[in-house]
Design a protein. Sequence first.
Lengths: 359, 519, 382
Amino acid sequence: MSGIASGLDAIPIIGLLFQFGGYVLANLPVMSQTTVAVAVPITLAALCGVLCERSGVVNIGLEGIMLTAAFVGWFVGAMAASTFGPGSPAPFFGVTAPLLLGLAAALVAGMAVSLLHAWMSISLRVDQIISGTIVNIGAAGITGYLYSLLASQSLTGAGQFAQFQVPKSVADVPLVGWLIYAVFNQGPIGILTIGLVIVFQVMLFRSRWGLRTRASGEHPRAAETVGIDVIKLRYRNVVLSGALAALGGAWLSMEQTNRFDANMTAGRGFIGLAAMIVGRWTPLGSFGAALLFASMSALSISLTIAPPSGDLGNLMSGVPGEFWEALPYIVTIVVLAGLIGRSIAPAADGQPYERESAS
Amino acid sequence: MTGESASVPALEMRGITKRYPGIVANDDISLDVRRGEIHALLGENGAGKTTLMNVLYGLARPNEGQILLDGEPVQIDGPSDAIERGISMVHQHFMLIPVLSVAENVVLGAETMANGVFIDRREANKRIAELAARFGFALDPEAKVGTLSVGQQQRVEILKALYRDARILVLDEPTAVLTPQETDEIFVLLRKLADDGRSIIFISHKLYEVLAIADRITVIRRGRVIGERQPAQTSEAELAELMVGREVELTVDRGDSHPGEPILEVEGLRVLDDRHHVAVPEATFEIRAGEILGIAGVAGNGQDELVEALIGLRRPAAGRVRLDGRDVTGVSPRSMNIAEAGYVPGDRHRFGLILGFPVFDNLVLTGYYRPPFCRGVLRNDAAVRDFADTQVERFDIRVTSSSVATSTLSGGNQQKVVVAREFDRPLKLLILDQPTRGLDVGSIEFIHRQIIAKRDAGTAVLLVSAELDEVMEISDRIAVMYRGRIVAQVDGRTADKSQVGLLMATGGDTNGAVEEARA
Amino acid sequence: MSGPVHARQSRVVLGDWTRSILSTVAESVVAILLAVVVGGIGITVFSGLLPNHSAFDVGLPFAAYGALWTGAVGSLNGLTSTLAYSTPLILAGLGVGLGFKAGLFNIGGRGQFLMGAVGAMAAVTMMGTHPNSLVVIPLALVVGTLFGTFAGFIPGALKAVSGAHEVVTTIMLNYVFVFATYWAISGPLRLPNSPQSITADVSTRGAALPIILGRDGHAGILLALLAIPLIWFLLYRTTLGFEIRAAGANADAARYAGMKTRQLIVLTMSISGGLCGLAGATTLLGVVHQMAPGYDTTIGFDAITVALLGRSNPIGVALAGLLLGGMRAGAQTMQIQVGVPPELVDALQAIILVFLVINLLRRWLPTRTGFESVALVPEGAK
């Protein structure tokens, strides 16, 4: 009797799940393109984190690097535009010279900030959490100050990179059209990100650089005994990773929008950290987790704009919108605490490495 | 077949001297290894074997002396340089990365490339399989190293050396973690490598193994070469004597002991290590009040786990522990402390002291929760300081005041702090783990006298030490631990040192089960 | 022990302790001075961006710092403003500093602060429209503190049970609590019959903290001043405090000495959260009075700055809190008088930290005392 009773209980839930699935499918094209776009900065931040932590350096300053790059990119682009003129946008991606200049400046800025973190963490052996926190505080403070200086000047940005327009005929292809549309109807940084994910996934696990990186993050002494310079490798990787996070910042101020706002990163760096953890410190996994997190935002937007009807609608209206926004963070906590705890990160992550002196 | 043909030794180390602050680790050591020879380096912990090999591998630079390879003097700048010259080292604690595959571990640092960027996995796997087959063992190159048995992991380490075409292999205590069967297999492999023309340096303290596998044996003690032997012309007894030395310096008169009732009763204790392997299969012994039981044994034979189980830091898997009649199996360290058990941990910097704290805080580190040091939740600072001043005086701790940071004290004085803390009150049981490691003679003498005083006051004392001299000097009874078992219990005053040393190194099993490897 | 020996020892005690405290303080002071100089250079370099200022105006930093000083301590209102700004900084700084002492990184100050405000507002809301001030104010403060304690308990328990690193969990929880606050403001705490999402104004409910000094000096200041000796007492005079410091300095040795390190983790994170929650409650009841959507705080990072600068010592934290509070109080004046934006304080804060961390003093002048200046964060329970 109780078995049947519990079986009957299950039916409404199954019904709701079906309704939910139907809702998602119906709204898929709209949601998926937004999802990919929202996932871009998260993924780039996560990639930066993956590179650092796989080498053995904890980097929670992702937010700060992104913010700095967003500001510097926008600022340099704007200065270039106002000095040399905005230039005429190229047919692909709306590229102009000031924009490129801004992008380059953003990358340099990101790498410089990363270098600071690397120096503090690796050479000075400051606690890596503190070092990353200082990067965050510093970026917020200094960009905030400089931006407020500029507020009165009404400086306009150099413009923004334009999205690649997927032709409608392609987007309408059944079954996969929406996917192609979602992936390729993005700006240059967006499309580049997906490429970077694939590149780094392959490089991390198939190339010599990847092998040495992973070894340095797992067991730096073992790596040293076979002749790898762990310190130099960590420096190089951390600085390189800064360029990745910088791309994320540039996306914010030069692709998604044409402006800079104080604290515009709004926690994306930390979601990136979460995506890295949930994605098990792999590029592909991080991208997947970023998509998952982004989809939660997209879902919450969709639920607000086009709420479902019927039982599902009643259920969903009871759930506060903030729940969906908080969900990525809750998921990360559950992953950290529930499934794995601490054993999953690279084994030597966060431990400053002291070279055996050959004295 | 032993390789006697080549006239120029493959490796010669001449007059190597290496000094560290406060100690001469290697004192004018000379040794040579021929091609195709298995040369054993025999000595106790701390004798200087590892330092010598660090010098060879480029991890340390000698203060004096020369290294010659095939007759040519060379300067070895670091591990990569050593590897390039054909010297490979298999460390006692494997330098393997558990989450990576066999192939990845083997090629790391010497990767076979398909093009400029990507590793040629197929080629690497092929070479690894070939090498393994050539020397008679099989390994799946794609298997994750963490899933392999210890014996297999060791073979991966050897593969690393072979992949780099090592001509000289150094193995540091290779059989320390192997089962007898795995040891047999390794010996067969080593002989094949030697027959292939390579030179092998085999560092060990295990006498019968060394006799079974080596072509020549060099014995090192306290940084010096004591002698060189050929297995056919020596015996375990002689080697043991060379290794531990005949002189027993008695600096403390232990007097007579008058043991009373059994205080610590251990029955069938079974303890697992961190990897859930059995560290102590079944320990049964007792210690009476007013007696010192010394546990002699080479480090790593289960003593750590036994002590941790007794003091409450590790839950035993089976068995019972009774303290003065009360069952204390698996209780917390705090409960043991309350039950009047004192504990001096083996690693004083990591477990015994908080170096950044002032001396007075460390003096009450295990007693702060008891009156008079606290009144309810409040610390009684005055009582703590008074106690500290008293202890500093009583235990002759050389400090200007008890408020200085403990990190400024010398090793001997730091240990005196730990001793002063634990010895202060009447104790039923006192457990000491390596109490005088790294200390100067004066501090050692002092602490030994304190231990004996404690015994005379009626405490049951358990002394665990890798220093055989120490155990023999002050113990009333000696138990020898080998592979987690107590293999012998002898009277402390009448025991013969080389006999005990032999027991430590062989566990009493002189069965030459690996004789075949010699052929 | 004879008299002269005591005297000898106490004289030496003074020497050693003083030297170590001095070197610790010196490091913070040097960092501040260097930051002031570098900040000044920065102001000069970017002065061209300010309207009505020439580029590379060397006099600008002096004017700016001068205004900062005047605004902070130049008048009674300035002083009380400084105290008001310092209150949450001191409270949260004590909380974060307590965590550091135990080897724990509480980055969750922001979330715990918000929960404290939510808790206080919840208490006020529940007490209806005409409660007794003598009841509702303490109640709101207590409930706010409890909410903050719970917010700190979660990551503490997670770490003790599963080993989940508190840095990540507290950061994640920050966002969870931000969203929870948002929901609370537009949901259960929302003022009925209001066209927008907004909570009640506590001053209409008699729940606002009374002003005791000047224009801004609310009673919460007293709580902060009280917390300083309380936490100091906890850390240095109780057995619990000893255990916390021991676990932070060497968790292994603490465990071997019989201390229950897991319980200490949970307890410390909870107290830390509670202090940050109290900071949130006092800020709501004393300054802001009402919660609108977007109610947020920068206290999370500010408290870390204060705790690091004050070396996690309650007295140091108090001084650092006053410094940062004064800077924020003076920033308004600076903007009005000189035109330099108040964000300068944020920038200075960051530069101070960089110099603190680089620890130039320690690297240039090797100390000869055994007591090296206190480490920035104890090694312990990571």
